[in-house]
Structure formats: structure tokens, C-alpha cells
Design a protein around this ligand. Structure first.
Ligand code: ZN
Length: 146
């Protein structure tokens, strides 16, 4: 098991996905996964991430697109685009599943427990350790976030 923060691009690479950052998109697009002969990895798929977003958000987007590949390869066809709220042509239930899987990639429970045992036990400190947003960490820990 890797240490926190989990590195999303090497994980994608291991799965045969190539990750690209795009700086020409409007901020309401988070990312996409596309079948692309030239830009794709050994799986044939490429992940494109909005490079203008904050690094924590880019990491979540990469993990979210990895989730679509792992869980939904049979549904994504030639590709899908996720907006800022991680909505796409797939159903809300499928998107929620991708979000949960992405949270599991970025915040594995074993590493959370390890951090807690080291005394890292606030949402802020955990979010910093795992390089995720405070809202992502709050959801993962099941505590309200305001
Ligand atoms: Zn999605």
C-alpha cells in the first residue's frame, strides 16, 4: 500500500490510462475519459483533467475518471465528460458510485486509521495529509462540513 497522499497519475498509468492536463477548458468541466488511439495508454483510454482547477480537485477528478474505467468501462463507450458537479451522460447513481470509489482511492481506510493513530485527527490535518479538499475528507469521515 502506498503512503498518503496517494499519487493518482502513477495509479492511472498502472491501469493503462494516460493522464493529460488541459488548460483551455471552462471551469464548469472537471474532466473526461476518452478512447483515443494517440493519447490513450495501453488500455486505449486517456483521462483529461481541467488543469486550471486546484490540485486537490484535479486529484479527485483523476480518481473519479479512474473509477469510471474500473467500474464502468462497459458503459462509457468512446468516452464521457464530467461537469463541475461530476455529472455526465451516465445516471446520478452511477456518478455517485464513481465518487465513492474515488474517495476510496484517495482516502484508503487503512491509511486514514494510520493517520488517526499518529494523532492526525482533525478534518483540516487529514485533508492536508491526503491532499484532498476538506469537504471530501468530511464526507469520507461522515462528519458535517460547513
Ligand atoms: Zn463521472
Amino acid at each position: 500500500m502506498s503512503d498518503a497522499p496517494i499519487q493518482t497519475v502513477p495509479l492511472a498509468t498502472e491501469l493503462g490510462l494516460k493522464v493529460w492536463h488541459t488548460t483551455s477548458w471552462p471551469s464548469h468541466i472537471s474532466g473526461m475519459i476518452l478512447k483515443n488511439k494517440d493519447k490513450g495508454g495501453t488500455s486505449g483510454y486517456a483521462i483529461f483533467v481541467n488543469g486550471t482547477h486546484h490540485v486537490n480537485r484535479r486529484r479527485f477528478t483523476t480518481a473519479h475518471e479512474i473509477a469510471h474505467f474500473v467500474l464502468h468501462e462497459n458503459m462509457i463507450g468512446d468516452g464521457i465528460t464530467d461537469d463541475a458537479l461530476y455529472r455526465s451522460k451516465l445516471t446520478g447513481g452511477i456518478e455517485a458510485q464513481a465518487n465513492r470509489y474515488a474517495a476510496g482511492i484517495l482516502m484508503p481506510i487503512t491509511l486514514i486509521n494510520q493517520a488517526l493513530s499518529e494523532g492526525i485527527n482533525t478534518i483540516e490535518a487529514l485533508a492536508e495529509r491526503f491532499q484532498v479538499s476538506k469537504s471530501s475528507m468530511s464526507i469520507r469521515m461522515g462528519v458535517p462540513y460547513e
